[in-house]
Write a protein that binds this ligand. Sequence first.
Ligand code: SF4
Length: 371
Amino acid sequence: MAGIYIHIPFCARRCIYCGFFSTLREDEATRYVDAVCLELERRRGYLRNSPVTTIYFGGGTPSRLTIQQMNQLIECINTNYDLANLEELTVECNPDDITMEYVTALRELGVNRISMGVQTFNEDLLHFIGRRHSAMQAVNAVGICNDIGINNVSIDLIYGIPGQTSEMQSYDLKMAADMDVQHISSYCLSYEKGTLLDAMRMDNRIIPVDDDVCAAMYDRMCLYLFKTGFEHYEISNFCRPGYMSRHNSCYWNGTPYLGVGAGAHSYNGKTRQWNPNDIDAYLLGMESNKPIFDLELLSETDIYNEMVMLSLRTSKGLDLLSLTTLDRIFVLRSAEKLISSGYMVLKNNKLCIPEHRMFISDSIISSLFKI
Ligand code: SF4
């Protein structure tokens, strides 16, 4: 089992909060798709012939590619990898790129899941964070996916936006739960270095929402989505039963994946490898057959820390039986006080963070790391 991630870095406009690697240079898309195909061909040994069960086009905005370009990439994957067991093929889309024709063509290419950055249904907040779509466009885009028979649609929401009240958040949650979507990813707004949003914070042009208010918003979201039938399976991810993201689950359960494109990361159980966050360096590297990438050989400590960090983000938690005896002893000793004070739960050889402590999971998890 393995996954493939394809990074499509093009965006029509920058959102003020975005820390992902992306570029406005859409005129490079043809050259970029050719370069990604070269990378897919050259790195076909990376997954050691493991059957690919998930493919994920992320960005940036993959829906800025034409259908011909999507077709070229999917054909290339099909030619070079074993897709006989493919379960999930996701494309991230911006609501205002969604048309009947585009989604119909994606479906014909085998796409069976669409992930859409909706963020909020409040027009003023959408405008503030620099999104290029309206709330109505997002509602219509989900409707188009449903009409065409994509029955696995995920939307992203953001909470903790300056000016967002609890009523506004409740409205977003109600809108999301009332739509025919199977998956919701919801993140607290973060202030990434180098973004316009962070510059506005530093200049005191905006005041970030207080941590306690964000924690209350998180609790409200968990409660509302539980009441409306969503399962909370990862810190920021909720799904209708059976609709968890198979691709993202690869990241959390240690399944190998190949990441291609500028800025993409790969993991094979022993190393992590990543391409430059620089479209020119990526293109020149691929075109001259001298790819530029960084590689990190993972030590036993790194592998332990990663397993702890990733598994404890999920509701399944850390399976103690998957650890060595020494690691099991180490983690149980480290977690002793957390368990007795209710910050962690130990049940059936699984160590978990209860839902009401998930908002502060980073500090809980880091106290179990080996240094
Ligand atoms: S949030 Fe998405 S659409 Fe906005 S700039 Fe970032 S990658 Fe592009």
